[in-house]
Design a protein around this ligand. Structure first.
Ligand SMILES: C[C@H](O)CC(=O)SCCNC(=O)CCNC(=O)[C@H](O)C(C)(C)COP(=O)(O)OP(=O)(O)OC[C@H]1O[C@@H](n2cnc3c(N)ncnc32)[C@H](O)[C@@H]1OP(=O)(O)O
Ligand SMILES: NC(=O)c1ccc[n+]([C@@H]2O[C@H](COP(=O)([O-])OP(=O)(O)OC[C@H]3O[C@@H](n4cnc5c(N)ncnc54)[C@H](O)[C@@H]3O)[C@@H](O)[C@H]2O)c1
Length: 328
């Protein structure tokens, strides 16, 4: 009798928050939205450039902001190369059509190194800068003064708590996570993360914005790694530990996961793709103070990973990580 009662209570305890969460999703699905037509993206790197591109492709006016003209030029190069790949497929026999496709989208993209100025007309500010809480808080605190009251703030962080970033501003009701995946033009998923303070209108507007970008939004609580990274990063790290324990080679682990689990990339290829510095930052943050992950073996530091990052071998973006791309 006791066992049955405790099972029922447990089921109820699990069901209650899930029901509340899905009810919130349903409620917001029918709620008001504020239009997002003018977007300012901070960071023109791997992710920022992709977010700029897909927003411009959806018809938004987009301002891409970085700290130097050189960083902006790198971002523009990433966008042009991606658009040309897409244009080549769409307009295989029509070079003029392909060029006009690229030109029309690039006309929606403006560049600036003046962050505060760039935020003054934004309906949405998306941050995709270095994965460092203090740097993100400093940026948003400065933008809070410059951006209009209606502007929504969103972070593309891989691993930080959205609430920790938002606390640097006076607009916690207009602050959320908007987590895109690499490469942004290809990956359909966006994780939309609300904090306790995010308003329904803001959450709803971000869900609609993702749909306008032809992306598929999902949501979860403001927890370490949200959904994908919470599952993916421990998997990547266990692959590293298999190699550290001398149980298999890097190449065989990658081959095994591609041919045995049907993944498009093996864990080492993927870690090099994401950036070894980003992977290291994520596990270091979770190991030292991640809710429910602090001190856990699952995310413990790895000598192999730390040595590569210390040697500046960050993966594809530096030409070498677990693999050497200079030779490929
Ligand atoms: C850590 C962070 O917080 C979260 C994350 O981002 S975790 C990482 C999530 N991302 C992944 O897991 C990526 C896994 N890898 C993949 O999906 C695939 O390997 C890939 C899409 C990157 C590349 O696909 P793949 O078939 O291996 O290579 P490729 O043929 O070059 O590209 C496939 C298609 O996408 C296109 N494509 C690839 N990258 C592109 C880009 N950046 N821009 C435009 N088109 C691109 C190619 O043109 C090709 O188009 P086609 O099939 O019509 O010819
Ligand atoms: N790499 C991935 O696969 C991936 C995927 C999803 C999310 N993310 C997250 O996105 C963010 C960016 O990652 P990335 O891989 O694009 O990094 P990146 O190093 O490629 O780009 C970061 C860019 O931010 C710029 N920057 C730094 N401080 C700035 C500031 N104060 N103002 C304006 N620009 C500034 C840098 O100059 C650089 O161009 C991180 O939070 C990361 O965790 C990364």
């Amino acid at each position: 009798m006791l066992a049955r009662a405790s099972t029922a209570a447990l089921a109820q305890a699990v069901r209650r928050p899930l029901l509340a969460h899905s009810a919130a999703m349903l409620a917001t699905a029918a709620g008001d939205v504020q239009p997002i037509k003018n977007v300012t993206v901070f960071g023109s790197g791997l992710m920022g450039a992709g977010i700029v591109q897909v927003s411009a492709q959806a018809g938004c006016q987009v301002t891409m902001v970085d700290v130097t003209p050189d960083a902006l030029a790198k971002g523009e190069k990433i966008i042009l190369s991606s658009l040309k790949r897409t244009a080549k497929k769409k307009y295989a026999e029509d070079a003029a059509g392909a060029q006009s496709f690229v030109d029309q989208i690039m006309a929606n993209i403006h560049q600036s190194t003046e962050g505060a100025q760039a935020a003054t007309k934004a309906d949405l500010v998306v941050e995709a800068i270095v994965e460092n809480l203090t740097v993100k808080q400093k940026l948003f605190a400065a933008l809070d003064e410059a951006a209009p009251k209606h502007t929504i703030f969103a972070s593309n962080t891989s691993s930080l708590k959205i609430a920790d970033i938002a606390e640097a501003t006076q607009r916690r009701d207009r602050f959320a996570g908007l987590h895109f995946f690499n490469p942004v033009p290809q990956m359909k998923l966006v994780e939309v993360i609300r904090t306790r303070d995010t308003s329904d209108v803001v959450f709803n507007s971000l869900l609609q914005f993702c749909r306008d970008l032809k992306k598929a939004p999902v949501s979860c609580k403001d927890t370490p790694g949200f959904i994908v990274n919470r599952l993916l990063v421990p998997y990547l790290m266990e692959a590293v530990r298999i190699v550290e324990r001398g149980e298999a080679s890097i190449a065989d682990v990658d081959t095994a996961m591609k041919l045995g689990a049907g993944y498009p990339m093996g864990p080492f290829e993927l870690a090099d793709f994401v950036g070894l510095d980003t992977v290291k930052f994520i596990i270091d943050g979770w190991y030292t103070n991640g809710d429910g992950l602090k001190g856990k073996e699952l995310v413990a530091p790895s000598k192999l990973l730390n040595d590569l990052v210390a040697a500046g071998k960050l993966g594809r973006k530096s030409g070498e990580g677990f693999y050497n791309y200079a030779q490929k």
